[in-house]
Design a protein around this ligand. Structure first.
Ligand code: Z5A
Length: 217
């Protein structure tokens, strides 16, 4: 689905564990809604009945699976998210805000697990029917600081969050690399700032982007 074939706007929020994606995605949805936009907040893995089931499998610390098994689960969740939620909302002209999307697969399964990035990109294109974000807000934080936040919030781990620090450092470095490769689409925000400062910066980026496009929604 090329950008000019849809009337809505697709924004993703990406970054390592504990970067503050969910906090930002919620507050951004509220602010954009208050400015009169119709905003759909969604997330991965999840956002559909199938995605919710797959999320509990892929994050279950009791399960073992190969890195590719893990990848197929994320891709299956993404495929259902794209055709059940994202495409209909974009066709309806909404601003769609997704907490994680295809960059997460490149960062976690590619840079983190070490799977082939070209193959992952190609599988991402298939699972998404070619739907790529118009704009990505990438929250940048060190793995240590991000994990400290998630661990302060809950002692209950999950299969991916519990991976060692080196894994999370590779993931976060991967996100930075992806941002460097696509500076037009991906805007990096310093996630060490207070949540209110992160929101202010994100709103500036989004509003400027919407103004430049003549606000499609
Ligand atoms: N994953 C993958 O491997 N491949 C894929 O393709 C996809 C995902 C799509 C589940 O995602 C896991 O799936 C994830 C990547 C992997 N890895 N793990 N584990 P998830 O998004 O559900 O899980 P997460 O990234 O770990 O989310 P999170 O832990 O909830 O982090 P967050 O959304 O970035 O942060 P938050 O919930 O907004 O905030 C975390 C805490 O920090 C919370 O107590 C906040 O109040 C606090 N916080 C937030 N912002 C701030 C600021 N600015 N300052 C201080 N404290 C803050």
């Amino acid at each position: 689905m090329p950008a000019d074939a849809r009337s809505g706007v697709f924004i993703t929020v990406e970054g390592g564990d504990g970067a503050g994606k969910t906090t930002l995605a919620r507050s951004l949805t509220e602010c954009l809604g208050q400015s009169g936009h119709t905003v759909r907040l969604t997330f991965e893995p999840g956002g559909t009945a199938l995605g919710t089931r797959l999320r509990s499998l892929v994050l279950d610390p009791e399960l073992t699976m190969s890195d590719w098994d893990e990848t197929w689960l994320f891709l299956a969740a993404r495929a259902s998210h794209v055709h059940e939620v994202l495409i209909p909302a974009l066709e309806a002209g909404e601003i769609v805000l997704s907490d994680r999307y295809s960059d997460s697969t490149l960062a976690y399964q590619g840079y983190g697990r070490g799977l082939d990035l070209e193959r992952l990109s190609s599988l991402n294109r298939e699972a998404t029917q070619g739907l790529s974000p118009d704009l990505t807000l990438m929250l940048d934080i060190s793995a240590e600081e991000g994990l400290a936040r998630t661990r302060a919030r809950s002692s209950q781990g999950d299969r991916i969050g519990d991976a060692d620090l080196a894994f999370h450092e590779r993931v976060n470095a991967g996100f930075r690399r992806l941002a460097g490769e696509q500076p037009g689409r991906v805007r990096v925000i310093d996630a060490r700032q207070a949540a209110t400062a992160v929101l202010t910066e994100a709103l500036q980026v989004v509003n400027k982007w919407l103004d430049a496009q003549g606000s499609r929604s």
